[in-house]
Every structure is written in structure tokens, then in C-alpha cells.
Design a binder for this molecule. Structure first.
Ligand SMILES: [Zn+2]
Length: 377
């Protein structure tokens, strides 16, 4: 593999919990005055001044323009160092998203490339590193201060290692965090892709200012990010949100995990693609036959495209499968949840689509590594 960014850039870390909190406030709220920061942290004015001065000394924050006056002498706004750069990587089953953000987690550049996660970590990392190199070549970034990586399977979080991921053969136990940290020359954190999507939507999307919510991703697999009190709840081992392998049909279809009747085996994008390939092979849809012959395989996106083109079989597949795509899916989920739950649970329970699309994962990945770096060393 090619070596990227051997120069380690962000050398300082916050020295205590107060500094960590200040860094996160500046990340989430942007540049701010000392006075307004003081309102948000439980520190006396003099203690706040000491912590801000120490952060200025480390170079993690800089003075930035004059703050609005609240009486007395006007002071400078404080902001996170403008040259800080985070790499967000969202590895999906069929494509990878790579983005670079600034310290406020604004996406400065974002690339997507199709790939097959089943090719294994070495091939996928080649792709990730080449996309990261492209971002560097674009002049947006000289090097990365940290990287967050999402993978579509269960991750033992403390070590950043995938554990028996059903749709990622060849990744079991692979030291993703360590390997990519070496290649990129910066600290790396790894998490399940849906947890990162939840963090992204919380930072900049539909779950802004929401402390407790579930984020469900229906892709090749099905997963759920659980956010409680503003923090992702991973459980002891990192598998808390793994809803894809809950059995919904006792004698149902064989699942990639080895069991039968899992939610994922019946209602995921992969299940829809498999149904579509069956329909093509048995000659039920000329449209799908054409697409299968052209591409050698079918995806959920093919079915959606065929349905949009008016193919009756594809429309049926989508309806039969529990209304599996887009807004139809959302309506169907709402109906079922509201019908099958007690009123207290759903009385104030909005069920909405995410806002960020493919940016959710990469923003969440940047947030993950920034949470790590903006913690006391
Ligand atoms: Zn399963």
C-alpha cells in the first residue's frame, strides 16, 4: 500500500475535561466569544480565561475577529484552528464514500467510488487511500489530523476491529484501526456505519438538537444506531444496534449470517436484489432481464430504476417486500410502528427520512475522530 501523510499534524490534545468541552462547543457551534462560551460551561470567568489561553497556546484554537460587545471592552472571537482536517470514510457494501472536513465538520470535499466490500480489507483500503490521495491532490488538504472509518458490520469498538461481519467475508478480526492509522499517519477510530450515520444526522442533519433517537439504515443490510442522552449507545461489545439479525420468520430465508429468517434476509436491499434476479431468470420481467444481462447482477437501485420506468414486476417486488424503498417505505414503517405500539410510546414519535444522504456517514466519521481527539489525552 502507498503511504499517505506521514507527517503527524495535530500534536496537542486537550489537557482536561474543560478544554475538551470548549473544543466540542466550538466544533458544534462555530466561532464564539469568550463570554458566550462562558455561559455554556460551568467555569468562573477567570478559570475560563486560563483554559482558553492554554488552548490558544496549543494552537488548537485561534483568535478570530472581534466578538459582539456585551458591555465593556470588546474581545476576540475564538475558533478552532482553521487548518485542522479530518478524514471521514464510510465503507458500504457496494461503494465507499471518502470526505475531508474542517474542524467544524463542514465537508470540504467528498468522493464516492463503487467497490465490493467482499474483496476484503486490502483491496478496499487501496481504494480508500487512493481517494484520500485524490482529496490531497485537489489542494483542499495537506494532511489529515485524524480519520473516522465506518464499516457495514459489527465492530468491537475499543479495538476498532470488525467481528464476524455477515456481509464482509475476509474482514473478521482485521485490525482496521491499526492498519489504517499506520497507512494514513494519523489517529483512526472505527465504528459501525449506522452509528456514524446517526452521529452525522445528529451533528448536521435531521436529528440536530435531538438527544434520544434511533437511526435505521436499510441498505444491503439493515442496522440501527441508538443515541441516548446525546451519545451513541454501543453496548458492552458494540453490537447494541444490530437489529438486522433479529428473527422475523422462524423458518424464513437463509441469511448471510448463517441463521434463518433474519430481518435482513427478508427486507434489505440485498433481499430485493435477489428477488429481482429470480424474477429475471424466470422471465417475469423483460426490463430486469435486460438489466441483468447488461450488468451481470442486479441491485436494489436497478429495481427502483426499473419500477420508475414502469416495469410492473419491479413495482410488485417493491410492494410485496413490505414497501422497501424511499417514501413508500417510510409510509409503511410509520403505519406499522404506530399500529403496533402503545400510545405512550408513539404519542410524540416523529418517523422521518434522514437529511444528509451519503454525507451522513462521512460527517459522522469525522465527528467520531473529533470526539476522540477532543478528549483529554
Ligand atoms: Zn442474519
Amino acid at each position: 500500500m502507498r503511504r499517505e501523510g506521514r507527517v503527524r499534524r495535530m500534536t496537542a490534545r486537550p489537557a482536561n475535561a474543560h478544554q475538551a468541552r470548549l473544543l466540542r462547543l466550538l466544533r458544534d457551534g462555530g466561532p464564539n466569544s469568550r463570554a458566550q462560551l462562558g455561559d455554556q460551561v460551568d467555569l468562573s470567568r477567570s478559570k475560563l480565561a486560563v483554559e482558553v489561553d492554554r488552548l490558544l497556546e496549543t494552537g488548537l484554537v485561534v483568535a478570530d475577529g472581534l466578538a459582539a460587545s456585551r458591555g465593556g471592552r470588546r474581545s476576540h472571537n475564538i475558533r478552532l484552528a482553521p487548518q485542522l482536517r479530518f478524514l471521514g470514510v464510510d465503507i458500504g457494501a457496494t461503494s465507499v464514500d471518502v470526505a475531508v472536513t474542517n474542524a467544524e465538520l463542514e465537508v470540504l470535499g467528498h468522493l464516492n467510488h463503487p467497490m465490493d466490500v467482499r474483496e476484503g480489507p486490502v483491496a478496499v483500503f487501496e481504494q480508500v487511500l487512493s481517494l484520500a490521495a485524490k482529496l490531497r491532490a485537489s489542494g483542499l488538504v495537506e494532511g489529515f489530523d485524524g480519520a473516522g472509518i465506518g464499516v457495514p458490520g459489527p465492530v468491537r469498538f475499543p479495538e476498532g476491529v470488525p467481528v464476524a461481519p455477515p456481509i464482509m467475508p475476509g474482514w473478521d478480526g482485521f485490525p482496521v484501526r491499526e492498519a489504517l492509522s499506520q497507512e494514513l499517519g494519523c489517529p483512526v477510530m472505527v465504528d459501525n456505519d449506522v452509528n456514524l450515520m446517526a452521529m452525522g444526522e445528529q451533528h448536521a442533519g435531521v436529528a440536530r438538537s435531538v438527544g434520544d433517537f434511533l437511526c435505521v439504515k436499510i441498505g444491503t443490510g439493515i442496522g440501527c444506531g441508538i443515541v441516548v442522552g446525546g451519545e451513541v449507545h454501543r453496548g458492552t461489545t458494540g453490537s447494541a444496534g444490530d437489529i438486522g439479525h433479529i428473527q422475523v420468520e422462524p423458518e424464513g430465508r437463509a441469511c448471510a449470517c448463517g441463521n434463518r429468517g433474519c430481518l435482513e434476509a427478508h427486507f434489505s436491499g440485498a433481499a430485493l436484489a435477489r428477488d429481482a434476479e429470480d424474477a429475471a431468470r424466470t422471465g417475469r420481467s423483460a426490463e430486469l432481464v435486460g438489466r441483468l444481462e447488461a450488468a451481470g447482477r442486479l441491485t436494489a437501485a436497478d429495481v427502483a430504476a426499473a419500477a420508475a420506468a414502469g416495469d410492473a414486476t419491479s413495482l410488485d417486488l417493491i410492494r410485496e417486500g413490505g414497501n422497501r424503498v424511499g417514501h413508500t417505505l417510510l409510509a409503511s414503517v410509520r403505519t406499522q410502528v404506530y399500529r403496533q405500539s402503545l400510545p405512550l410510546a408513539t404519542g410524540n414519535l416523529p418517523i422521518v427520512l434522514g437529511e444528509l444522504g451519503p454525507a451522513a456517514g462521512v460527517i459522522g466519521a469525522a465527528r467520531l475522530i473529533s470526539d476522540h481527539l477532543f478528549s483529554p489525552a
